[in-house]
Design a protein around this ligand. Structure first.
Ligand SMILES: [Zn+2]
Ligand SMILES: [Zn+2]
Length: 261
């Protein structure tokens, strides 16, 4: 008799018993068929591996990230909304309208500072860590256009924030801190998918793009198929169709060039 749980590799979808051991210790089974596939997406998975894996918790903003948000609050931005449109508005007003309705400017500023990793001593979110995560995701999504996304990590976190907020907005998933185990497992598949997307989409030159397509195109396609198969197995066909629609809507320009349908 085999008591060992099995599941689909988060990269290629192959059935396997191999789990990420740090995440298993945190109480969640995240499967990788081989060390190669675990290593392939490590730059993304590492952001959430271990204690951040379940309950899912996004990393707080660094000192530099908070500083660039605060320094840009008066700036007029073209801001992407969760459904892929753009609005022109100051960053401060955008944050107040969309994430903190009814909140004054000083209180908004206090709450923004409260999403910094340096703010653990501040009592702002002590009684409501869920609200902190909600604002954090919103800041990661909406500040991209004024800060400029530079690192791979930023790209992954911005894309994930947009997807999670969109799924919450459409009533398909709860807020991130409320994800139950299966929803958290699905979330980690979003991470894998966004990591491979970031690898494949980052190059600027045609030659680099061709190389990225060869290297990551297949894994990206397989991870997307495995993600929908997992979603359908756990939550049903209707759920997985809705998820597919949202992900399709949020895919970056040029995606179909990298991954041939
Ligand atoms: Zn695999
Ligand atoms: Zn892990």
């Amino acid at each position: 008799m085999n008591q060992q749980p099995t599941g689909m590799c988060m990269v290629c979808g192959k059935e396997t018993q191999n789990r990420c051991s740090k995440c298993a210790d945190a109480g969640i089974d995240l499967f990788f068929c081989s060390p190669e596939h675990q290593k392939l997406v490590w730059p993304g998975h590492r952001i959430f591996c271990g204690s951040q894996a379940f309950p899912v918790s996004f990393p707080l903003l660094s000192k530099a990230e908070v500083a660039s948000i605060v320094g840009n609050l008066d700036k007029t931005i073209f801001c992407p909304t969760i459904d892929g449109q753009e609005v022109q508005i100051t960053l401060m007003d955008h944050i107040r309208q969309a994430a903190l309705p009814g909140m004054g400017v000083p209180e908004t500023l206090t709450l923004i500072l409260g999403t910094s990793e340096e703010s653990t001593a501040r009592p702002v979110f002590r009684n409501n860590p869920g609200k902190q995560q909600e604002l954090l995701l919103f800041l990661r999504m909406s500040t991209e256009s004024c800060i400029g996304t530079t690192s791979l990590r930023d790209g992954i976190l911005t894309g994930l924030s947009r997807l999670c907020l969109c799924l919450t907005d459409k009533g398909i998933m709860p807020y991130v801190p409320e994800y139950e185990r299966n929803q958290a497992e699905l979330f980690h598949r979003f991470v894998v998918f966004h990591t491979l997307t970031a690898f494949a989409m980052r190059p600027n030159t045609i030659a680099e793009k061709m190389l990225a397509m060869q290297r990551y195109g297949e894994a990206l396609k397989e991870s997307e198929i495995a993600m929908y198969a997992f979603a359908e197995g756990k939550f049903g066909k209707a759920f997985s169709e809705k998820l597919k629609e949202v992900i399709q809507l949020l895919k970056p320009r040029g995606y179909d060039f990298v991954v041939k349908p």
